[in-house]
Design a protein around this ligand. Structure first.
Ligand SMILES: Nc1ncnc2c1ncn2[C@@H]1O[C@H](COP(=O)(O)OP(=O)(O)O)[C@@H](O)[C@H]1O
Ligand SMILES: [Mg+2]
Length: 302
């Protein structure tokens, strides 16, 4: 079998540039509305403030939410006279919706070219993926050092990960998306590369302890079987969605960068984001709150 693209590129980079290539984080889940684009934007912005050179690829060719977020950022920052880091974006095509409708092999070629460039130019590549099994999404998962899977606290979301027996509520077997990860992991392992997988619960609300307990039971059983880590959860917070029109996230929030006030719920969201980055092993455990003290358009938040 031919070596997959990521293998060839890494070997080529090793010979050509002689430095480690970028880490690839794929945010994935075959379920739409799970929070993939939100989490991808949070990771990308926060890690720039940590000093990473971040590249972004939006592989959701039809929705392009992350790409839209970034174009909002590129327009809003200069118009507001604010300086903040902007990640490098590698687009698969000018018209990605048309690319999605055409020959799948061509879309995969475009993706492979984009990620090759992104890996050569950055420390961290964040790839957002569609809520469906597509050839481009498969290709992205093959290149992932880390897959981050947000899911809503719901058995409907759980269903794409694992099959639950309706009578006992016990895990029967892994289902669709879990098998995609298992295949990607096996391919990577056969080439000496690991795939770390973290599943995290998103949009947690305070009021459903019974549902949460049952889901936790299923998730823990699946985590043991499918070998993933359960990451820190994100609560349902307006702070995670209100700054999309400006292309900002709570990682950007500061007295210098603000379309929104620095309020207690927004500070709580930043703490949650910091815990997420620690859980993903992207920053050390004792890291200060995201964005504080980095000197890039972010002043201490008191
Ligand atoms: N933790 C959260 N709190 C509040 N709203 C959220 C949260 N996570 C996601 N959302 C919102 O939920 C919707 C779906 O999120 P999105 O990131 O677009 O999911 P996906 O990319 O998986 O389809 C969006 O309207 C987004 O703003
Ligand atoms: Mg999305």
């Amino acid at each position: 079998m031919d070596k997959p693209f990521w293998w060839r590129e890494r070997r080529r980079d090793e010979q050509r540039i002689r430095r480690p290539t970028a880490r690839v984080i794929v945010v994935g889940n075959e379920k739409g509305g799970a929070g993939k684009s939100t989490v991808a934007a949070l990771i990308a912005t926060a890690m720039m403030y940590r000093g990473s050179r971040v590249a972004v690829i939006d592989a959701d060719l039809r929705q392009q939410s992350l790409s839209r977020f970034l174009s909002n950022r590129r327009r809003w920052l200069p118009a507001a006279g604010v300086e903040a880091p902007v990640p490098m974006e590698y687009k698969l095509a000018d018209d990605t919706a048309a690319l999605a409708m055409g020959d799948p092999a061509r879309a995969v070629d475009c993706f492979e070219e984009a990620i090759g460039l992104a890996m050569a130019e950055s420390d961290l590549v964040v790839v957002d993926t569609p809520g469906a099994d597509t050839p481009v999404s498969r290709s992205a998962h093959l290149q992932a050092d880390l897959v981050v899977t947000p899911m809503n606290d719901s058995f409907v979301d759980f269903d794409v990960l694992g099959l639950i027996d309706p009578l006992s509520l016990e895990l029967v077997r892994p289902s669709l998306y879990t098998r995609v990860i298992q295949e990607a992991r096996a391919t990577r392992e056969s080439h000496g590369c690991e795939l770390d997988w973290v599943v995290l619960r998103n949009r947690i609300v305070g009021s459903d302890p019974r549902n949460r307990e049952r889901l936790t039971h299923g998730l823990e059983a699946l985590a043991r079987q499918a070998d993933f880590r359960i990451g820190p959860s994100l609560r349902e917070r307006v702070a995670y969605r209100e700054m999309f029109p400006f292309g900002l996230t709570i990682a950007d929030l500061s007295p210098g960068v603000r379309p929104a006030d620095i309020s207690a719920p927004r500070l709580a969201a930043r703490e949650e984001l910091r815990d997420l980055l620690i859980g993903l092993k992207l920053i050390p455990r004792l890291a200060p709150t995201v964005g504080v003290g980095d000197g890039v358009a972010v002043a201490p938040l008191a």
